[in-house]
Design a protein around this ligand. Structure first.
Ligand code: HPA
Length: 287
């Protein structure tokens, strides 16, 4: 057994002691949605710093916390609060670590959200976008290095990284709630600088509708482990150069995410109320 899997199992064992249920859903929420975890009654919260081998974010004020609870009777959810970004200087193995631990705790589905710039000129700030596919322009791949065979194959297929039936469920729930939902391709860049207008023209030509600095590493890792994935972006700003004379700043991103929070939360809660999970037969690969 590799050292990597030994550490992952030690982390999983510690969490299982605090919360002795299989986890069905793993959730990583981007800017503006973090407090959805607060709606889970009697949630168990474990600071990342208490979990053996768990990474903690270097950014001040971003103390990581794992939040566990029931989203429906018998259906358990884990929120990874305190996302670690590549631009903070962490290695990809650190970014993927918490999700991999949740996989060892049986998680079958990853729900991931983020803030993103609108590359598609038809998008406006505040729109939500269902991620249908992605383009990885981070300059690396999170699975580079020795493959952890216990988790997944050396060359994982990415043909259906964003699970069709979860996308259909999301479109139906959005329509029922009268929440307008764009659809498109998310392009990941490393950041932390925002893109130049020339880079945005490039990614538009390549087929991107939105651009951001997260999500793709976790989605690749989830696919590698055979998980289903649902991804939703909140378009917080027109990407660089899309609107003439418009300049980007982080405050604008946070403000737009905050404004979209209510409809974003309603949509995610409606999805969580219905998302299909297997409760009987599933076993994770390491059991
Ligand atoms: N570019 C990259 N990441 C982002 C943006 C953007 O325009 N908006 C929010 N996150």
């Amino acid at each position: 057994m590799s050292q990597a899997i030994t550490q992952l199992k030690a982390s999983a064992d510690y969490i299982r002691q605090q919360y002795p249920y299989p986890i069905h859903l793993a959730t990583i929420l981007g800017s503006g949605l973090g407090d959805l975890a607060e709606t889970i009654p009697n949630a168990v919260k474990i600071p990342y710093s208490q979990i053996p081998f768990f990474p903690s974010s270097s950014v001040a004020g971003h103390q990581g916390e794992l939040c566990l609870g029931e989203v429906r009777p018998g259906i358990h959810i884990a929120f990874l609060k305190g996302r670690i970004h590549y631009y903070e200087g962490h290695g990809m193995d650190k970014i993927l670590y918490p999700l991999r631990v949740l996989r060892l705790l049986e998680a079958q589905i990853l729900l991931v959200t983020n803030a993103a710039g609108g590359v598609n000129p038809n998008f406006k700030a505040g729109d939500l976008m269902l991620i249908e596919d992605h383009i990885n322009l981070m300059g690396t791949n999170p699975l580079i290095g020795e493959n952890i065979d216990e988790l997944g194959p050396r060359f994982p297929d990415m043909s259906d990284a964003y699970t069709q039936n979860l996308r259909e469920l999301t479109l139906k729930r959005a329509a029922a709630l009268s929440i307008s939902l764009q659809r498109g391709v998310y392009c990941a860049m490393s950041g932390p600088s925002y893109e130049t207008p020339a880079e945005i023209r490039m990614v538009r030509t390549l087929g991107a509708d939105a651009v951001g600095m997260s999500t793709v590493p976790e989605v690749i890792a989830a696919s590698h482990m055979g998980m289903q994935v649902l991804g939703i972006s909140c378009i917080t700003n027109p990407a660089a150069g899309v609107v003439t004379g418009h300049h980007l700043n982080h405050e604008e991103v946070l403000e737009a995410a905050n404004q979209a929070k209510a409809s974003f939360s309603r949509l995610v809660q409606a999805i969580l109320a219905e998302i299909p999970v297997q409760t009987l037969t599933h076993q994770s690969p390491t059991h």
